[in-house]
Design a protein around this ligand. Structure first.
Ligand SMILES: Cc1cc2nc3c(=O)[nH]c(=O)nc-3n(C[C@H](O)[C@H](O)[C@H](O)COP(=O)(O)OP(=O)(O)OC[C@H]3O[C@@H](n4cnc5c(N)ncnc54)[C@H](O)[C@@H]3O)c2cc1C
Length: 407
């Protein structure tokens, strides 16, 4: 019996439920017990990566034709939630696969798909997604990395920042502006495949960070790197949409990872509240503690419903899937920060100790609110969309015709 309800798993078909069982077993026997050790040093978690490839969990993101299982997002959110419950690095290996390989799946030539996807699926190859720059994070349209077209070759120059797993990647998906397209208004963004071993690519040593140890980040310098046009993903001008598609999947993944961690934090805190006695009774017998846990657990279940709906919208190809993904990420990641803060508080001084898992959960929660679009950016996107759609949407029946200013 698990502390949190299993009804989303019951909504999966029998074959999909086998995948959930497989990941649960991995988490219980290997990834969970090893998570503290993985999080001790910020070096790539090779063993976890190989295990997640070998067991086909990385492959759930890839099409059948290239060795994957093309799982529905409704299944993948369950798998990522399970991984996030014990180990952020393992969950990030899965969400990072979406981020770095989705544009290849949707935009690469058939020849490049055949060359790269089977290896990316089984772990012989790795890719990293290089969008963010020192001058362009939330505001990606300010990208300054430039691809200058000369005949059939692009010369790519620029700097990328915060790129996860750049130091273990064989290929980069680089989003750049194509030089010479500014005259038409907004410069056309393109996505290009760049081998990390190409002349002119310099990848820094891993940059020290707060948490998410096991999946290092690096800076990248690109100096007139030659890239054949056949390695462009999609058409000229498709860079933004290809990045967005990858980001939507990764955002749903971030939300699931955050929920998994929130669930794990409540499980640990509730166990502590049962074990610990204060003022003559168990900590968990105090109404204040029960109300705190009840509030958090109820919010978690509400957020799971939102994430499930976002995953289902994505699977259906619904036009509002991106908006649902923004809402799911905003809600789940902000909630996770709150949950880990309160769970750590419930565990008192032990929560603050390195050898108690909540300290790691607390540090790990922060990145989900920043990566793949920060909470503020998602609020802006959701709010702007609501105001825009209010102009065209069906008018509320309690309003008179005409301008509301006439009331
Ligand atoms: C560990 C880690 C891993 C990462 N991995 C990758 C990766 O693999 N590939 C990649 O391309 N990028 C990656 N990133 C970059 C990440 O996506 C960016 O950090 C993120 O998008 C925010 O951009 P920024 O850091 O430049 O913040 P800024 O854009 O400088 O924003 C600073 C703050 O301002 C807030 N803000 C922005 N706009 C508004 C607004 N309109 N209203 C109110 N507040 C606002 C933001 O929410 C943020 O809190 C990673 C980052 C980290 C820390």
């Amino acid at each position: 019996m698990r502390l949190f309800s299993d009804h989303y798993v019951q909504a999966l078909d029998a074959e999909e439920r086998v995948w959930v069982d497989k990941v649960r077993t991995l988490c219980r026997d290997t990834l969970g017990p090893k998570a503290a050790e993985v999080a001790r040093e910020d070096v790539f978690a090779w063993d976890n990566f190989r295990l997640l490839c070998h067991t086909g969990i990385v492959g759930t993101a890839f099409p059948l034709a290239y060795g994957g299982t093309e799982a529905r997002m409704q299944l993948r959110v369950r798998l990522i939630e399970e991984l996030g419950r014990v180990c952020s690095a393992s969950a990030s290996i899965i969400t990072g696969t979406d981020l770095s390989t989705r544009a290849i799946v949707s935009g690469a030539s058939d020849a490049m798909k055949r060359e790269l996807l089977p290896g990316l699926c089984d772990g012989r190859l790795q890719a990293a997604f290089a969008l963010t720059e020192p001058g362009a994070g939330s505001d990606v349209r300010r990208l300054s990395t430039t691809a200058q077209l000369e005949g059939e070759t692009y010369l790519v120059t620029g700097r990328k920042k915060f790129i996860t797993r750049a130091n273990t990647a064989d290929w980069l998906v680089v989003v750049a502006r194509q030089a010479g397209t500014e005259a038409r208004g907004t410069p056309a963004l393109i996505a290009l495949l760049v081998p990390t071993g190409a002349e002119g690519v310099h990848i820094s040593e891993p940059v020290a960070k707060l948490s998410w140890y096991g999946v290092p980040i690096c800076e990248i310098e690109l100096s007139s790197v030659q890239v054949p046009t056949s390695w462009r993903l999609g058409a000229v001008g498709d860079g933004f949409e290809l990045a967005q598609d990858a980001l939507v999947r990764a955002r749903i993944g971030h939300a699931s990872m955050a929920l998994g961690r929130a669930i794990g934090a409540i499980e640990i805190a509730a166990t502590y509240c049962n074990d610990r006695s204060v003022f003559g009774e168990r900590l968990g017998a105090k109404q204040g503690v029960q109300w705190m846990l009840a509030d958090l657990a109820t919010q978690i279940e509400a957020s799971r419903a939102l994430v499930f709906n976002a995953a289902a919208a994505y699977d259906r190809g619904a036009p509002d899937a991106a908006m649902m993904a923004s809402m799911a990420k905003l809600h789940a990641t902000d909630l996770c920060m709150r949950v880990v803060t309160d769970a750590l508080q419930l565990a008192g001084g032990r929560g603050f100790l390195k050898n108690f898992p909540l300290e790691r959960f607390f540090r790990d929660a922060k990145l989900n609110q920043i990566g793949e679009g920060s909470s503020e950016v998602h609020k802006t996107v959701i709010g702007r969309d609501l105001v825009r759609r209010a102009r065209e949407a069906e008018r509320h029946p309690c309003l008179h015709d005409g301008s509301t200013e006439l009331y």
